[in-house]
Ligand binder design. Structure first.
Ligand code: WTA
Length: 635
């Protein structure tokens, strides 16, 4: 039996029990047997959830890129590490071997150094899904710089907030990006963002779409000539196990996005371990995760987890509908993809299209199908299972979060029997539990409550950049000695978990987490708006979509409501990005509030969900009369 690679259900239970009985031996052995360390650790785990302070592999020294690249060169130097599949199917795919990846990461790392980046500096990366994106993460990690990737769909304001929050010194971007039949002016967006960022000394620009852009003298530099001149040798910076590897922002229910800080050793061990097991990766498999590297799924399961296992990982620049809805299946056929990992929102969108888009492609290479990001509904699950997997490919419904760094609850394919909509069982080392609202742990099965984790795991986020207090309050204060996920879940009679959705004011739209507060703040900046409230409502492709209730300043506002709706969505696009646009905007004279002035979102949610028959107790409202008005005008 190998703790590292679990191959059947009996083994899973044995390994799981060991991981709970003696976590330190368990994670110590996995780390020792499967990775390259420059110095071993003094202790495997020290933790205190009160503070909270979590330390894995204390005293150990390593570099994650040595583990993801250098150590594979002897046996797998010519093996393909990354297959780059461009947006345009007519452009040739690029196969980057481990040797070439080493060369390119080292050159890039040297360019970072020559441009003043040192260990511990923060580098903002705002790039489309091109090889330079993965390479820039690794180049930062090579020299110990902390990368902060901002998804290249975010607006200038969203970028500048993130750059300023963690004081980045450099931005890496491109002249633009291809997205289906469109191009996006990424460099222009960065230029706008940098008008309110003082700390940026250098902008490195990748040439991708060959558009005319402005280069700011003394600040902006084309990347390619610098790479051409740089040495292809760069000694890895030797890092402490707990040195931060990256920052990645995620929405909270209130306030600014939270810069989740992930550290080096624990993150590496856990993402590699879970990649190997959840996707049952074997040496010659081709693995494809369709997420963007701008999200945690891409960090952990396009870049670090696969490369730490010496895998071949597909990096896809395009979108599922370009040039038509058959693109995913064309790519699967072309590269003989064995493991395919995507989001329920993509599955639902694909399932709506004609069958021949999938039928005309040979999907027989597929062995395992994965989903992540939001609950998968039963219909989508069956479509995925029948039409794509031909009932032969286990579906891994993987539950996890930006904060958890890696997959937490998921079937192990060919071992764990699956049930649609259930993420099933915790992975080894993960100790989930359900809590009720008054802080009691719910024992036994057939219960539902708030999902918490009782014990540390190696890849958990260590803090929120610059705000440890918020880290403690958000995740470790709801329940004593537990990490609170913010999700609700139920446990069935066999102990399987089903994630039911957020229990806070985060709404998941097409798999993207959106906090209501920042959207409301941006709407309120419209000169005609006095107040607003956002809730989610069910949407057949996006999972949830956004419904906004907006109070206008002057009564008898004469402006055309449709124009106002457009303007409001325009402001949201500028402040956050198009992903946060509202599907429905209802103008109202008031919002239901408690006597202490809190908006009763529960009522707004019910109305948006067209489930207003049972609004519950409204007697505590300050203004119960407004409820009827909102119901009468509901969209
Ligand atoms: C939700 C994505 C149901 C959940 C890796 C979580 C899921 C949030 C699943 C984190 C799943 C993720 N089933 N819900 N399999 N996976 N979620 O930070 O609400 O972008 O808290 O990380 O997505 O989203 P994040």
């Amino acid at each position: 039996m190998s703790n590292y690679h679990v191959k059947n259900l009996e083994e899973y239970f044995q390994v799981y029990r060991k991981s709970v009985r003696d976590p330190e031996t368990f994670w110590g052995e996995i780390a020792e047997e499967n990775f390259l360390w420059r110095k071993p650790w003094d202790t495997v785990l020290e933790y205190n959830f009160e503070k909270p302070e979590i330390t894995w592999y204390k005293g150990a020294k390593l570099n994650i890129t040595e583990n993801c690249i250098d150590r594979h060169l002897y046996a797998r130097g010519e093996k393909t590490a990354i297959i780059f599949e461009p947006n345009d199917p007519k452009e040739k795919a690029e196969h980057i071997s481990y040797n070439q990846l080493h060369d390119r990461v080292c050159r890039f790392a040297n360019v970072l150094k020559e441009n003043g980046i040192k260990k511990g500096d923060r580098v903002c990366i705002y790039l489309p899904m091109i090889p330079e994106l993965a390479i820039s993460l690794l180049a930062c990690a090579r020299i110990g710089a902390i990368h902060s990737v901002v998804f290249a769909g975010f607006s200038a304001k969203a970028i500048s907030t993130r750059i300023n929050d963690c004081d980045c010194k450099m931005v890496i971007t491109s002249d633009g990006s291809f997205r289906g039949s469109k191009t996006i002016d990424l460099k222009g967006i960065v230029d706008d963002a940098l008008e309110s960022c003082d700390g940026i000394e250098t902008v490195l620009v990748v040439k991708r779409i060959h558009s005319e852009i402005t280069m700011v003298e003394g600040r902006d530099r084309w990347l390619q000539p610098l790479l051409d001149e740089a040495s292809n040798m760069c000694q890895p910076e030797i890092m402490d196990a707990e040195d931060p590897l990256f920052i990645l922002y995620t929405s909270g229910s209130t306030g600014q996005p939270k810069g989740m800080v992930h550290s080096t050793a624990g993150y590496m061990v856990y993402t590699a371990y879970t990649f190997k097991n959840v996707f049952q990766y074997r040496e010659d498999d081709v693995y494809w995760c369709t997420a963007d590297i701008g999200w945690i799924t891409g960090h952990s399961y396009i870049v670090y987890g696969p490369l730490a296992n010496g895998a071949t990982t597909v990096l896809f620049e395009g979108v599922p509908a370009y040039p038509d809805w058959g693109r995913f299946w064309e790519v699967v056929e072309k590269h003989k993809v064995n493991q395919f990992y995507t989001a329920p929102t993509a599955i639902r969108a694909l399932a709506k299209e004609r069958l021949d888009f999938s039928e005309k492609h040979d999907l027989s290479s597929l062995k395992i199908l994965g989903t992540v990001g939001e609950p998968i509904n039963e219909e989508a699950w069956h479509w995925y299972n029948d039409t794509i997997g031909k009932k032969k490919c286990p579906i891994v419904d993987t539950w996890w979060q930006t904060e958890t760094g890696g997959i937490m609850i998921s079937p192990i394919p060919f071992s764990t029997p699956t049930i649609p909509t259930f993420a099933t069982l915790p992975l080894p080392g993960i100790q989930p539990t359900l809590m009720d609202e008054v802080g009691e742990e719910l024992s036994g099965n057939m219960v539902s409550g708030r999902l918490c984790i009782k014990f540390p795991w190696p890849s958990m986020a260590r803090t929120i950049w610059g705000n440890h207090k918020r880290f403690k309050e958000t995740y470790f204060s709801a329940y004593k000695d537990m990490y609170f996920t913010g999700d609700g879940a139920l446990r069935n009679s066999t102990g399987y978990y089903r994630i039911t959705g957020r229990v806070d004011d985060v709404i998941i739209v097409s798999g993207h987490n959106l906090g209501t507060a920042p959207i409301e703040d941006s709407i309120n900046e419209h000169p005609a708006v006095s107040e607003s409230a956002i809730v989610g409502f069910p949407h057949d492709v996006k999972g949830s979509a956004l419904y906004g209730y907006v109070i206008l300043k002057e009564t008898g506002e004469t402006r055309n409501h449709d124009n106002l709706r457009k303007e409001i969505n325009q402001i949201i696009t500028e402040h956050i990005g198009p992903i946060a646009k509202l599907d429905k905007i209802q103008f109202t004279s008031g919002l239901p509030k408690t006597r202490s002035g809190k908006i009763m979102r529960r009522i707004l949610r019910k109305i948006a969900e067209k489930d207003a028959s049972n609004l519950g107790d409204t007697s505590t409202l300050l203004n119960p009369e407004v409820v009827q008005e909102i119901m009468d005008n509901a969209l």
